[in-house]
Design a protein around this ligand. Structure first.
Ligand code: IPM
Ligand code: MG
Length: 365
């Protein structure tokens, strides 16, 4: 039975990095696996055609496939659009309606790129942490929200941070499960010193730990201290679990530690369905990078590694994921560099497509 994949390239550099992922998928199709790929619009690209960043039909396709692969959404052309039709709304709708509550964002330092980090090599070399960001609740979705007139003739902007016991517990379980397959340590981050939702977060994570995962080492940190520790000594962490907003921020900081945002994949997973597979969407952590779109400069590695995560988490093909990750690491070690990876020590400059071709060639050998 073929695995079904829905590809949503989106905006900016999304289509060009996704073209490289298609080459990788084609390689796996020639070498023992079977993927059936369909493609559709999301974000600004969908808005241009349909007047909405995600149609109901595309939403239904996303619900029906084994996994969704997304490029990126957004761009300056859409900045002045109403909130309800902004490209980002398409992505937020997919996350919410597929109930993809656990967002896995690895921050891994490739040896060949250790000098690229803004931190010293000895701080980032060998770095391998996983941030699990809650993705379907918190201040991103809490009500009430909006901009309202206040009583003094001014306006007031309101967003609501809201978490329920169940929302916290299920993402905590994802973190503990993952930690067991890694170094068995979880650090939970919130602001329990100033927010009630943070107090609840801390208590519920602790309860899930004590009742179900006492073998995993659990610590708690305030998110601001966590940000500081991430840049001070990131290797102290294994798995970090945190809420939607803190996770958005901390994962960007962690990404930069590894040298390039263009390197980092992510997986957004929901509850396992009847077939045992979680609902799943895979996307690079980087955005649509409109400033370099269409020039063949984008680094396709984050998107290709997102497909590696799909192999691991959706298709039970951890060995194939390892193989793809090794191919990426070998190609980097051989000195090939897209523009974002060009440092003082040089390397062989390559385009988006050349990088994709090199990775496929490496898979072949
Ligand atoms: C991310 C992005 C999104 C977010 C935007 C594009 C809505 O920053 O995936 O981290 O804030 O979640
Ligand atoms: Mg972000």
């Amino acid at each position: 039975m073929a695995h079904s994949l829905l590809i949503l390239p989106g905006d900016g550099i999304g289509p060009e990095v996704m073209a490289e992922v298609r080459k990788v998928i084609a390689w796996f199709n020639r070498n023992g696996m079977s993927f059936e790929v369909s493609e559709d619009l999301i974000g600004g690209a969908a808005y241009d055609v349909h007047g909405t960043p995600l149609t109901d039909e595309t939403m239904a396709s996303a619900q029906a496939v084994d996994a969704v692969l997304l490029g990126a959404v957004g761009g300056p052309a859409y900045d002045s659009l109403d909130f309800s039709v902004k490209p980002e709304r398409g992505l937020l709708r997919i996350r919410k309606e597929m109930d993809l509550y656990a967002n896995l964002r690895p921050a891994q330092c490739f040896e060949a790129l250790a000098d690229f980090s803004s931190l010293k090599r000895e701080v980032v070399s060998g770095l391998d942490i996983m941030i699990i960001r809650e993705l379907t609740s918190g201040v991103y979705f809490g009500e009430p929200r909006g901009i309202f007139p206040d009583n003094e003739g001014g306006r007031v902007g309101i967003n609501t941070q809201r978490y329920t016991t169940d929302e916290i517990r299920r993402v905590a379980r994802s973190a503990f499960e993952l930690a067991r397959r890694r170094s068995n340590r979880v650090c939970s981050m919130e602001k329990a010193n100033v927010m009630e939702s943070g107090v609840l977060w801390r208590e519920e994570v602790q309860t899930v730990h004590d009742e179900e995962y006492p073998d995993v080492e659990l610590s708690h940190m305030y998110a601001d201290a966590g940000a500081m520790q991430l840049v001070r000594w990131p290797r102290q962490f294994d798995v970090i679990v945190t809420d939607n907003l803190f996770g958005d921020i901390l994962s960007d900081a962690a990404a930069m530690l590894t040298g390039s945002l263009g390197m980092l994949p992510s997986a957004s997973l929901g509850a396992p369905g009847p077939n045992g597979r979680p609902k799943a969407l895979y996307e690079p952590v980087h955005g649509s990078a409109p400033d370099i779109a269409g020039q063949g400069k984008a680094n396709p590695i984050a998107c290709i590694l997102s497909f590696a995560m799909a192999l691991r988490y959706s298709f039970d093909a951890g060995d194939q994921a390892d193989r793809l990750e090794r191919a990426v690491s070998d190609v980097l070690a051989s000195g090939l560099r897209t523009a974002d990876l060009m440092g003082p020590e040089g390397g062989t400059p390559v385009s988006t497509a050349e990088m994709g071709d090199a990775i496929v060639a490496r898979l072949e050998s």
